[in-house]
Write a protein that binds this ligand. Sequence first.
Ligand SMILES: [Zn+2]
Ligand SMILES: [Zn+2]
Length: 152
Amino acid sequence: MIAAVKGRHPTPAQSKVAALRSRLRASGLRATPARLAVLSFLESASRPVSHADLVEALADSGIDRVTLYRNLTDLTQVGLVRRADLGDHVWRFESAQSKSGHAEHPHFTCVECGEIACLSEASVRIAQGKGIPRSATRALEIQIRGLCDRCS
Ligand SMILES: [Zn+2]
Ligand SMILES: [Zn+2]
């Protein structure tokens, strides 16, 4: 437990934690240190991360892998985090409010090196057509596979 520092204005980092805390509470979750750590890491990540990535990144935090997995699941269930299998049968997680946009967006996976990139929503357009559900222009999970710039 960290003692509160009195008589100081909150640092940017503290304000960020306060914002994360209120988002957790608004979603009906208790703002535990583990959830704050997971959400904070996902917000700063520039691409979706796997459970293994998270375990490695938060190795110094003292949060064990089972707890991390449970918290990823909790955060996904309340919609703060999105989960996707980007073609290699590994669940990857990203903040539903990441820099890359709060909306569902396409992902690119390199078939050679496994590099994953978040693409902007506007980079892929789905035309209406036979067999395409009407909701497809908005709420569709799109995965693009091919060779990245380095591998092509
Ligand atoms: Zn590649
Ligand atoms: Zn993404």
